[in-house]
Design a protein around this ligand. Structure first.
Ligand code: AMP
Length: 297
């Protein structure tokens, strides 16, 4: 039996009233969404790339609470990866994923092919996010946000959800998706959900599965140093704190950036008081695995 065909069996929903169903074609998903809307039910949508963990579950649970019908998608989007090797090694655990969510999700959309999403040839739209896309991750992963925004806009147009749920772990992504819905004039409300962490503070991520036990423990230093900035921010200057926190991580991980930014514009701040809220953002690698994290002050 193929990995996908296991889904053809309807899976019992925890309420005993509904069943999670697999959908593999975007046109079927679009028809389903129209049918749900004609019944005046609300749709909550959670787009993911799979290898699901408690971070993803928190999004689905929030959708479950706030909407009548919950749709989750799993699609490892090739256009948001910069390195082919990163795309290839991205964990794919479809069977475990479906088991994890079968009791809280109504429909799981797993496109049967990249073509089903992008058509025969991939032609990406170029969005203008007022420079948000060029900050932080944008500098280290050129084209990443254009690829992400393209797939999210395609998915949101298919699902026409009332609400779509995104994790604040990918804070920059969340801000860009908020902007995207305005640009493409969609009615979907974008909901940001808190970061779910492991016991040692490491943000849950599908990529954590690629870490050795020792690296997973050592990576706790990320959350520790972000909190250090949060705790001491009124007492030390911005560059001083940034250097100290970086120093804590270097030697354990390769730091790509550790930046203290404005939570709305994502630009550097020059004072602790004149800003729209402060957001501390980190990216770095350990064991060859790239991890990101952030906290808000
Ligand atoms: P991904 O599968 O990595 O594309 O993530 C799908 C969604 O889950 C995104 O909106 C992420 O921000 C969110 N997410 C991933 N990890 C976490 C986490 N630890 N806490 C909260 N949300 C998360």
């Amino acid at each position: 039996m193929s990995e996908l065909s296991i889904f053809s069996v309807s899976l019992a929903h925890s309420t005993g009233l509904t069943h999670m169903e697999l959908i593999q074609k975007s046109k079927d998903l679009n028809s389903l969404a129209k049918q749900i809307k004609s019944e005046r039910k609300t749709i909550g949508f959670v787009p993911t790339m799979g290898a699901l963990h408690s971070g993803h579950l928190s999004l689905i649970q929030r959708a479950r609470k706030e909407c009548d019908i919950v749709i989750c998608s799993i699609f490892v989007n090739p256009t948001q990866f910069n390195e082919q090797s990163d795309l290839e090694k991205y964990p794919r655990t479809l069977e475990a994923d479906s088991k994890l969510i079968e009791s809280i999700c109504d429909y799981l959309f797993v496109p049967q092919s990249v073509e089903d999403i992008y058509g025969k040839e991939i032609t990406l739209k170029e969005f203008d996010f007022d420079g948000l896309e060029n900050e932080l991750e944008g500098e280290f992963r050129p084209r990443h946000f254009q690829g992400m925004a393209n797939v999210v806009s395609i998915l949101l147009n298919i699902v026409t959800a009332d609400k779509a749920y995104f994790g604040l772990k990918d804070y920059q992504q969340f801000k860009i998706v908020e902007r995207l819905t305005k640009l493409i004039q969609l009615d979907t409300k974008i909901v940001g959900c808190p970061i779910i962490r492991e016991a040692n503070g490491l943000a849950r991520s599908s990529r954590n599965e690629l870490l050795s036990e020792a690296a997973r423990e050592a990576a706790a230093v990320i959350f520790y140093s972000l909190n250090y900035i949060k705790e001491f921010h009124p007492f030390l200057s911005i560059p001083e704190l940034q250097e100290k926190a970086k120093g804590m991580i270097e030697g354990i991980m390769d730091v790509e950036y550790l930046e203290i930014r404005d939570a709305e514009t994502l630009k550097e701040i020059t004072s602790w008081t004149e800003n729209n809220g402060v957001f501390i953002s980190f990216a770095g690698t350990i064991d060859g695995v790239r991890l990101i994290d952030n906290i808000r002050i």
